[in-house]
Design a protein around this ligand. Structure first.
Ligand code: ADP
Ligand code: MG
Length: 291
């Protein structure tokens, strides 16, 4: 048995699979460049560390249940001038994850809310912070089923464990009373413990309609917004832009563009600018006592 073969056996026994695969190339390079012993060891072990990091990242990304992987680099900020890039730069530092603060992305369909939520989750995972993605509807459905089967507490842990929970598309469909209560429980349980990144096409003033009850909506908003950043996107759908480019829609009018093609931006609703205090605060226990 040659030294190389014995070495391969040893690397395999140690589970250093990436190194084993790259062994011959690394040895050839060392023979050519004659690095110091320390540099050689560093290079060899560094290759294994990098391979493990990539494997860890891949697994974490799969576990995160993202609908697709999109990054900030793939986002065209010039297409959405209403987005404050400074605010995005701050979010990209992931300080909000360390502070267990929330991010709420508001705006009409197609403006990039999910893209940015996914990009933030991807960045968090890259930084070693687990993330999990779910649409609001699927999440509430899942927890509602668990409640009916008497295993809500256990199931809730799935959504409490990750440092970052993305709740996508809040407000596309209204929640029933059980759904609203469950969502309130989730927000309360994550409050100051883990971040929620939430996307919605509804301005805060319209949240009463989502939850069917202004008191529970206020209680949810109160906890959600206490430590939070709201990114308001007012603009045209990126999907429409792509269809326009493909010639499927008429060209965009730059000035005085009629609103026919765009949904009213979330922030344009007069109620959205209402100060939070004006929503009133829920009497303590009024919602908690529902369960
Ligand atoms: N400014 C942008 N730059 C690049 N791609 C974008 C931009 N805005 C949206 N997209 C793309 O358009 C599609 C719709 O965006 P999405 O984030 O799903 O919209 P929303 O969640 O607001 O409805 C996605 O494929 C997304 O990657
Ligand atoms: Mg979306």
């Amino acid at each position: 048995m040659t030294s190389i073969e014995r070495l391969q056996g040893t690397l395999e026994a140690l589970g250093l699979t990436a190194l084993e695969a790259r062994l011959e190339g690394l040895l050839e390079l060392a023979a050519k460049n004659e690095p110091s012993y320390a540099d050689f060891l560093l290079e060899v072990l560094g290759a294994e560390v990098e391979a493990r990091r990539q494997r860890y990242l891949k697994t974490r990304l799969q576990l995160a249940h993202l609908p697709y992987v999109k990054t900030f680099e793939q986002f065209d900020f010039s297409f959405q001038p209403s987005i404050d890039e400074r605010q995005i730069r701050e979010l990209r530092t992931l300080r909000f994850v360390h502070e267990a603060s929330n991010v709420i992305l508001l705006g009409p369909p197609g403006v990039g809310k999910t893209h940015l939520a996914v990009a933030l989750a991807e960045a968090a995972i890259r930084a070693g912070q687990p993330a999990y993605f779910m649409t609001a509807h699927a999440l509430v459905d899942d927890l509602g089923r668990a409640y009916r089967e008497g295993r809500l507490d256990r199931r809730m842990k799935v959504y409490l464990a990750p440092k970052v929970l993305v709740v996508d598309e809040m407000g596309y469909l209204p929640l029933d009373e059980l759904g609203a209560t469950i969502f309130f429980q989730l927000v309360s349980a994550r409050y100051e413990r883990g971040s929620i990144i939430l996307t919605s096409n509804k301005s805060y003033g319209d949240w009463g309609g989502i939850f069917g009850d202004p008191i529970i909506a206020t209680a949810i908003l109160d906890r959600l917004l206490h430590h939070s950043t709201t990114v308001n996107i007012r603009g045209e759908s990126y999907r429409l832009k792509e269809r326009r480019r493909a010639g499927l829609l008429p060209a965009r009018e730059e000035e005085g563009r009629p609103g026919a093609l765009s949904v009213a931006p979330a922030s344009a609703a007069p109620k959205a600018r209402r100060p939070r205090a004006a929503l009133g605060s829920a009497p303590a226990g009024a919602t908690e006592s529902r369960f």
